[in-house]
Design a binder for this molecule. Structure first.
Ligand SMILES: Cc1cc2nc3c(=O)[nH]c(=O)nc-3n(C[C@H](O)[C@H](O)[C@H](O)COP(=O)(O)OP(=O)(O)OC[C@H]3O[C@@H](n4cnc5c(N)ncnc54)[C@H](O)[C@@H]3O)c2cc1C
Length: 307
């Protein structure tokens, strides 16, 4: 089958996001690592390990207390050069139209027609939509697509949490517990990680993430106030004489699904083939959930087009 891929970003990756900072600095500011529970992803990971594309960053995190590192033995995988490199690897050899946002879609006698932000139209017999669900629902509503009431109800149950993220350039050194991160779900700012200790950055760049509740409550606060809060979680880990030189704020409106759909994807009823997919499907959430959902969406679309 001939497949067209359309992405609104200037490069691929979505929430597998890595940002360049200064000269030689890199920071993962979306997904920090991924875990593997199922055989399918494990098989791919074995290949990626052999290619030295991914590596085991650690087997658990300290919560920042005196108990320095709390390993549970499960590998947390990171990608050489930053998490975005995994998306770039997966996208290798694919023909992807970048920097084009799908603005609307229309049901036709033969399938679907999409209009993108450049004013170009794209036609296809089937359509797979993978943006975070609130964005997909907004696109459908804008386009006047009438989903079956049960599908709409199922999709509306999916909820995403926001995440306020700090990318902190450090003048000096930081000391975070081995292997370079603290994860404490009791704290508003539950994640602090050193991208240098992680092995992706030549400069000391720290990433901080606030939880969904704190991020929601502080979403509209001034940038200065948010940055101050995020920096306060980093300060305890600065070595003597070090200081935070600069903080960039990244606001993820839809960071991780808080409620998910039980199936790995959803084929819309009573419409030309239309499949919803992404990390909110399959109950896993996260990178593995997105990966598995993508595979399921492909199979579901092939079956739907064969009918
Ligand atoms: C702050 C943060 C921390 C995280 N930490 C972890 C972690 O440690 N471990 C883990 O496993 N997971 C983590 N995640 C979650 C993980 O990143 C996601 O589960 C996964 O990357 C989602 O992949 P996806 O393909 O479903 O969605 P996305 O990566 O969001 O991909 C959707 C794509 O659709 C594009 N798009 C959206 N709308 C349109 C449109 N109208 N037209 C064209 N293109 C469009 C977007 O640009 C994007 O590239 C984290 C996420 C965030 C934000």
């Amino acid at each position: 089958m001939s497949v067209g891929l359309i992405e609104s970003g200037r490069s691929v990756g979505g929430r597998l996001a890595t940002r360049r900072v200064g000269d030689g600095g890199l920071a993962d500011h979306g997904a920090q690592f991924f875990t593997v529970r199922g055989e399918t992803l494990q098989k791919h990971v074995e290949k990626w390990l052999a290619l030295d594309l991914v590596y085991i960053w650690g087997t658990g995190w300290s919560d920042g207390s005196v108990k320095r590192t709390a390993g549970d033995g499960h590998p947390r995988y990171a990608t050489r050069g930053g998490m975005n490199k995994l998306a770039k690897h997966l996208a290798g050899g694919l023909d992807i139209m970048l920097d084009r946002r799908i603005l609307s879609l229309r049901q036709t006698a033969d399938g679907w027609t999409l209009e993108d932000s450049e004013g170009d139209m794209h036609e296809g017999a089937g359509l797979i939509l993978t943006p975070p669900m609130p964005e997909t629902l907004a696109l459908l509503a804008r386009s006047g697509v009438d989903l079956h009431a049960e599908d709409l109800a199922d999709l509306r149950r999916i909820r995403f949490g926001p995440c306020l993220c700090g990318i902190h350039e450090i003048d000096g050194e930081v000391e975070l517990p081995e292997p370079g991160a603290v994860q404490n779900f009791q704290s508003d700012i539950y994640w602090v990680a050193d991208n240098e200790a992680k092995g992706i950055s030549q400069m000391t760049i720290v990433t901080s993430h606030a939880n969904a509740k704190f991020s929601r409550q502080n979403w509209d606060a001034s940038e200065e106030d948010i940055v101050r809060e995020l920096e306060s979680a980093v300060l305890p880990y600065l070595c003597a004489g070090a200081k935070i030189a600069h903080t960039q704020l990244k606001k993820w409106r839809h960071s991780v699904p808080l409620t998910t759909h039980p199936h790995e994807c959803l084929l819309a009823r009573d419409l030309p083939p239309l499949v919803f997919a992404g990390d909110a499907f399959g109950g896993r959430g996260r990178v593995e959930g997105a990966f598995m959902s993508g595979i399921a969406a492909g199979k579901t679309m092939v079956d739907a087009l064969k009918l």
